[in-house]
Design a protein around this ligand. Structure first.
Ligand SMILES: [Mg+2]
Length: 316
């Protein structure tokens, strides 16, 4: 569904327990503001955190490069342009879906001002690989704004769907959505992993795949790692899969923040019928089929770590 600008104040009291992900510790930076769709060059009013921890996770960029005056709690930060060389490196390939500056800034903001959450152990998710797919890699697809876009009002939407409790919604289907599902289901184990509620997501997935031919497993909000208003998809929770064989496609980089090397960012889609990102995605996924470790292909393709670091938020 649509995301809007959000401003959330941190509770700076007693939540100092670092978040533990696998064996890596990501200390918490109190939440200041998370702008999910901040345009470039926009001035954002931020609430300065009282505490500022250095991110020590070796897989995460080091963002603790600023001195913050804990006495001044408000300030203005300007978001500079994304490092042009990185954008160029992405544009040079016709295969790739392009992470927009909005997606990068969103992730950078999130990491830089990561909200505190309580540590909790997450259970493994035991999903049985379908017969014949034992040696195939796993493709995880986001739903909203990646494959489809839903609206409360069905007028002008491609499809009208009935959702339990909620009633009717309108659904737009991203161009090449069915082509992607059809292709992917032959070459990959396909999991749709959405941060949406089960009843809503099931109605949409049932429409996309009424005979249950294309989507092998479904994961919902309850399977995400909740981090305040954000939901992170921790793919390490999926048991009996090797992390080198998992690809996750999402229009929010935050969703796969724990596994940037596995993530394929894709632009957020609402209704543009001329969009062809899913067609490009099919071509890109073909590159993944024969490789031993998808991260070796994906990391240099998107350079997300570098992109996020480059999206520095400067203090005016
Ligand atoms: Mg999405």
């Amino acid at each position: 569904m649509n995301h809007t600008h959000e401003e959330t104040k941190a509770s700076n009291k007693s939540q100092t327990t670092p978040f533990r992900h696998s064996n890596k510790f990501i200390p918490y930076i109190p939440l200041t503001i998370i702008s999910r769709s901040a345009p470039r060059g926009t001035n954002l009013k931020l609430i300065r955190p009282l505490n500022f921890y250095q991110i020590s996770n070796s897989n995460s960029p080091n963002f603790a490069d600023r001195n913050l005056d804990s006495q001044n709690k408000t300030s203005h930060f300007r978001l500079p342009p994304i490092e042009s060389s990185i954008v160029t490196s992405i544009k040079r390939s016709n295969y790739l879906t392009k992470p927009t500056s909005t997606l990068i800034i969103e992730a950078a903001m999130f990491i830089k001002y990561m909200p505190k959450v309580a540590y909790k152990v997450e259970e493994l998710l035991h999903l049985i690989k379908p017969p014949g797919y034992e040696n195939k890699k796993t493709l995880i697809l986001d739903l909203d704004e990646t494959l489809v876009h839903a609206e409360d009002n069905p007028i002008n939407c491609h499809v009208c769907l009935k959702i339990p409790i909620k009633g009717q919604i309108g659904l737009n289907l991203r161009p090449y959505c069915f082509d992607l599902l059809k292709f992917a289901s032959k070459e990959f184990e396909v999991i749709i992993f959405t941060a949406s509620q089960k009843s809503y997501a099931d109605a949409i997935i049932d429409h996309l795949d009424p005979l249950h031919l294309f989507v092998h497993h479904r994961l919902y909000r309850e399977h995400c790692t909740a981090n305040h208003e954000h939901y992170i998809k921790n793919i390490e929770r999926i048991a009996d899969r090797n992390i080198k064989d998992i690809i996750i496609v999402d229009n929010s980089i935050i969703s796969f923040l724990f596994h940037l090397d596995n993530g394929v960012p894709i632009s957020t889609w609402y209704s543009n019928i001329n969009d062809f990102q899913l067609k490009l995605l099919i071509d890109y996924l073909k590159l993944m089929i024969p490789v031993n470790d998808i991260r070796e292909v994906n990391r240099p393709s998107f350079q997300l770590q570098k992109l996020i670091v480059s999206a520095k938020i400067t203090n005016d």
